[in-house]
Structure formats: structure tokens, C-alpha cells
Design a protein. Structure first.
Length: 147
């Protein structure tokens, strides 16, 4: 006969005794469904392991293109289009005394900062050398020197 220590006797006794409620509960429980192992062949979010069999796209037939319309040639190289705002300002600046900033603002409907930006940016890009001067007690005046 083997001798059991006190702890072993207590666990053996508790395990042997069960209540009728526990027996009822144990018999009514359904075994849990086992989880399916994840397949390594399956890609991201439900994509099937096998790719779809598809045809490679063939390039479509190109239709013949007509000749491009040529741009009208400029009458003078670098000259602004007739009637454009740039042409109007250039005409004002080519006068003997040039044009004051107020005259340009009034004629073009621009604000002061727009006129200054136009002189520094657009006129410079177009290749004009704009001379700016301010007589004593007078207003800022811009002029293009014609050679």
C-alpha cells in the first residue's frame, strides 16, 4: 500500500466527488469546433492560391494622325501680340517720358503691386530693359529706352 501525503489525498478526494449539477453541465456541453489551420497558399484577404488564367493585352491599332496646325508666325521676334495687355503697357512705356505707375494702374485696372511685379517679371522675361526713375517730388515713372 502506498502512502499519500495530505495534499495528494485532498486533491484525489475533491476530484472523486462531483455534484449532480456539474455532471448535468458536463453532459450538455457540446465539444468546441476546432479551428482550421491557416493555409500558406492563400494570399492577402481571400485571394485564391491560383491566379486567373488571362490573356495578355495586345496593343490596339493606332489610327493615322493628321498634320498638326502650325502656329501663326510672330511678326517680330519677341514682340507681344497686338492688343494684349503686355502690348498696351509696352506702348505706354515707349513714349518719350515713359508712363507713371498711376497711369498704368488706371489704364490697365491693376493695383500698384501688380504693376511693379509686371515690370520686374513679365517685362524682364520678354527681354525689355525697363528704366525706373523717380524725380524729386514726383511719382515713380517707368520707361523703355528705344534705340
Amino acid at each position: 500500500m502506498t502512502t499519500l501525503n495530505i495534499e495528494e489525498q485532498a486533491t484525489t478526494t475533491v476530484a472523486a466527488v462531483s455534484t449532480p449539477a456539474e455532471e448535468l453541465k458536463a453532459s450538455s456541453e457540446k465539444p468546441k469546433a476546432t479551428k482550421k489551420p491557416k493555409s500558406d497558399a492563400q494570399g492577402a484577404k481571400g485571394a485564391s492560391a491560383k491566379g486567373k488564367a488571362s490573356k495578355k493585352a495586345t496593343p490596339g491599332k493606332k489610327s493615322p494622325k493628321g498634320a498638326k496646325a502650325s502656329k501663326p508666325a510672330k511678326t517680330e521676334s519677341g514682340a507681344p501680340r497686338e492688343g494684349s495687355k503686355t502690348a498696351q503697357v509696352v506702348a505706354m512705356l515707349q513714349r518719350k517720358n515713359g508712363a507713371t505707375i498711376s497711369e498704368i494702374m488706371e489704364k490697365m485696372g491693376w493695383q500698384r503691386h501688380t504693376v511693379r511685379g509686371f515690370m520686374a517679371g513679365t517685362m524682364k522675361k520678354a527681354g525689355y530693359e525697363v528704366e525706373s526713375f523717380k524725380p524729386e517730388g514726383g511719382e515713380r515713372t517707368y520707361r523703355i529706352n528705344t534705340k
